[in-house]
Design a protein around this ligand. Structure first.
Ligand code: FAD
Length: 300
């Protein structure tokens, strides 16, 4: 009947949203607007990142605690091994448990100097797999770890990177969330390779809705994500046209997620960069709508 492909999507998906801890009052305000806008979509969880070298330790903690108490959403705290001894990690984890945080995104982290090589703290954990093992011994946290459809830049090979992911899952991680990527096939073939290797832990694509391709390119270079030429082409000439750029961004991101959905994906993790609009619009296009309060309470 000429309806767009999106019209038939029933919204049978689970979503989660990632935020970063705000530095200023203005950013704090922006974060809360985003949290409040996205909360009615009933995310499985929202997560808060951990800055390089633990620089945001207090701010991450405060943000996670406030999301749990004020927004009443299940919140996960990211935690890295960078510049932290095992004792310090234990302290941070125990504080989280006491504050009611039950979910940690366990990461190795990157060196504080961009481009440098990760050096473990002399009394610290050398990898995310070690961190997962340590956290599980501290408390029965739910744990998510990172996965790389286009291979982590330091990995020797695709196989060694997959072996490392398997170590993290064997250490007790409950889910893997991927680095962002822009070719749906990169995720779908990675998922199929994991399944063929007998790995059946949930793998959730990390979705970065791009509205600034130049900024994304800088970021992508650091984490090994490939930006296809067509993306540059679609944003070409829009540098000074933010409104049009946003329309293009939403179109690209919605089509990207629709293709993942068509490939069988039902879980989506959004890198929101503390802005709700693009993530909200994509969820809407996938058929996800705010649950009425009564239905939410009944589900709870
Ligand atoms: P690991 O799983 O330890 O892997 C690191 C590298 O070492 C890989 O190349 C792996 O293949 C290799 N490796 C590990 N063990 C072995 C071994 N025994 N033998 C051979 N090779 C091995 N960073 C932050 O600072 N703060 C955040 O909040 C944050 N959140 C993130 C969230 C998500 C969903 C993702 C995908 C990434 C996030 N990052 C964050 C970035 C992450 O810290 C970096 O990508 C980092 O470089 C790797 O972390 P990891 O947990 O994947 O490390």
């Amino acid at each position: 009947d000429g309806a767009p492909l999106f019209a038939s999507l029933p919204g049978d998906i689970a979503v989660s949203f990632e935020f970063f801890p705000p530095k200023t009052e203005r950013m704090e305000q922006q974060l809360w607007e985003a949290v409040e806008k996205l909360a009615p979509l009933s995310p499985e969880f929202v997560s808060v990142t951990y800055g390089a070298g633990g620089s945001t330790r207090e701010r991450t903690h405060a943000t996670v605690a406030r999301i749990i108490t004020d927004a009443q959403l299940p919140a996960a705290a990211h935690l890295t091994c960078v510049e932290a001894s095992k004792d310090e990690i234990r302290q941070v984890a125990e504080q989280y448990w006491e504050a009611g945080v039950r979910h940690i995104v366990a990461l190795r982290g990157d060196p504080t100097t961009p481009g440098g090589r990760f050096q473990p703290h002399p009394q610290g954990h050398a990898s995310a797999a070690e961190l997962v093992q340590a956290l599980k011994a501290i408390a029965p946290f739910e744990i998510s770890v990172a996965a790389y459809p286009e291979i982590h830049p330091e990995a020797h090979s695709a196989q060694s990177d997959m072996d490392n992911l398997k170590r993290k899952l064997d250490a007790g991680a409950d889910r893997a969330i991927t680095q962002f990527f822009f070719r749906p096939e990169a995720f779908l073939s990675f998922r199929d390779r994991l399944a063929a290797a007998g790995i059946d832990t949930p793998l959730v694509p990390g979705i970065l809705p791009v509205s600034n391709v130049a900024q994304t390119r800088k970021f992508a270079a650091l984490c090994g994500a490939d930006i296809p030429a067509w993306m540059d082409h679609l944003f070409e000439g829009l540098d000074e046209r933010p409104a049009e750029r946003k329309l293009v961004a939403a179109t690209i991101a919605a089509e990207f997620c629709r293709r993942l959905y068509a490939g069988g994906v039902r879980d989506f993790h959004f890198y929101t960069l503390n802005r709700a609009d693009l993530s909200y619009a994509i969820c809407h296009m996938l058929g996800r709508r705010p649950l009425a309060r009564a239905a939410q309470e009944q589900a709870a």
